[in-house]
Write a protein that binds this ligand. Structure first.
Ligand code: ADP
Length: 415
């Protein structure tokens, strides 16, 4: 029997669960999704991997939560633990490991190698590993997660779904920087973009909600979370996005600076005698909302403090919103008009105050927010523009795991 026949046979049985894994440096987040109806069955999170008091948490959608602390020293042990827990008679959900039809792995950086989800084999592993220099914090732990799964769940297809893949349609005019061309050729320095799975999901979801083919729409998607980015999507294809060579570029984020004159970075390094590592920490971990406000990287706390007249928190809020607005203006130009604007992720889905400020005085471009509906909308899918607004504005909760599960299935079926 060929692998394809085996898989089709298996998929016709009731047992075709998709395991979706997101491996970080000290954590593994996972979801088990029914491959038939794409419904979430179980979600879980293992944190503090590498320590004696790693924390395990798992919840079944139809009830039942497991929580404990125990030594989990590496990713392989973490994945073994989650598989044991899924198989555990009392609180688990799987009868057999062979109930897992496929595993979908979130991989942050696919460089220029990957423009679509890809079935993992040794050559793919090798290429993901080569992309590690572009994402040293993300790709290595994700590779560890893949390696562990390949060992522990043998014979099950493993698929890599890349954060960068959706942005591979961005044309050179938008992805090239004004550096000497050989720096691109030699070091692959260019805009890659991130959060691709989220931008892809909300853009397609918006088209469904609009009852229009995505190919006919010009959409701007704002993924506003702790990390934030905006994308311009024409006919379902991304044509520009605010994150660049790394996730540092673009919007002001929880702890990242976003766009900044490179000379200011060099100046700071010289003035404060900072080496590259210290500068990297300053730009990625001590800047953004946190650095500006001195209060927090958390938008809820910024808004709370701003409401109590904390000047720097007000400034942080204003700068955050202004930067989003600027990108919306820029991408309206890049798209030559816009039909739909989408807000998603922690801040985009939950903060009427941010959405109000971003859309304020964008009326000349056709954005007309319905303030009543906007203020009622927290964490739900909703159209928040007035009926006669030229641009329809939506909040759409993102669902990257669903995309990973669906794309994993698509790849397996196309084998
Ligand atoms: P990430 O996945 O990048 O870590 P999330 O998408 O979970 O981030 O978003 C986290 C951000 O969402 C935090 O800044 C948090 O304050 C913000 N957030 C969550 N709920 C609200 C809310 N009700 N109002 C404002 N901001 C919120």
């Amino acid at each position: 029997m060929t692998i394809k026949t085996k898989l089709i046979k298996k998929s016709k049985s009731a047992r075709m669960q998709i395991l979706v894994l997101n491996s970080g440096s000290s954590s593994v987040k996972y979801q088990l999704i029914n491959g038939g109806n794409l419904k979430l069955l179980v979600r879980g999170n293992i944190s503090r991997i590498g320590t004696d008091d790693a924390q395990f948490w798992q919840r079944k959608e139809n009830g039942g939560e497991v929580k404990f602390t125990r030594p989990i020293l590496n990713h392989e042990q973490a994945i073994q633990q989650l598989l044991d827990s899924l198989l555990y008679k009392k609180t688990g959900i799987l009868k057999n490991l062979s109930d897992i039809f496929a595993v979908g792995h979130r991989v942050v950086h696919g460089g220029e190698y990957f423009s679509r989800p890809t079935l993992i084999n040794d050559e793919v592993m090798n290429k993901i590993s080569q992309c590690s220099q572009l994402a040293p914090l993300h790709n290595p732990p994700q590779l560890k997660g893949i390696e562990a799964c390949r060992r522990l769940i043998q014979g099950v297809p493993q698929v890599a779904v890349f954060d960068t893949a959706f942005h591979q349609t961005i044309p050179p005019v938008a992805y090239m920087y004004g550096l000497p061309y050989d720096k691109y050729k030699k070091h692959r320095i260019r805009r890659y973009g991130f959060h691709g799975t989220s931008h892809y999901y909300v853009a397609h979801r918006a088209a469904t909600l609009e009852k229009q083919p995505v190919e006919k729409l010009k959409i701007i998607t704002c993924h506003l979370g702790n990390g934030s980015s905006v994308a311009a999507i024409k006919g379902g294809k991304c044509i520009d996005t605010s994150m660049g060579f790394t996730p540092l570029e673009g919007l002001v984020m929880g702890t990242r600076a976003g766009d900044i004159d490179c000379s200011a970075v060099l100046y700071l390094m010289r003035q404060e005698n900072l080496n590259a590592e210290k500068m990297d920490t300053l730009l990625n971990k001590q800047s953004g909302l946190l650095g500006l406000s001195g209060v927090s990287n958390d938008m809820r706390k910024i808004i709370e403090a701003a409401d109590k007249n904390n000047e720097r928190s007000r400034l942080a809020f204003d700068i955050f919103c202004y930067r989003v607005k600027k990108y919306i203006g820029a991408y309206t130009a890049a798209l030559n008009g816009v039909d739909v604007l989408v807000f998603t992720a922690g801040i985009g889905e939950n903060s009427p105050a941010v959405r109000t400020r971003v859309c304020e005085q964008l009326d000349y471009l056709g954005f007309d927010l319905d303030h009543y509906i906007n203020n009622q909308t927290i964490g739900t899918e909703s159209k928040i523009s007035k009926n006669n607004s030229k641009v329809n504005i939506w909040t759409i909760p993102t669902n990257e795991e669903l995309v990973i599960a669906k794309q994993t299935l698509d790849v397996v079926y196309s084998i």
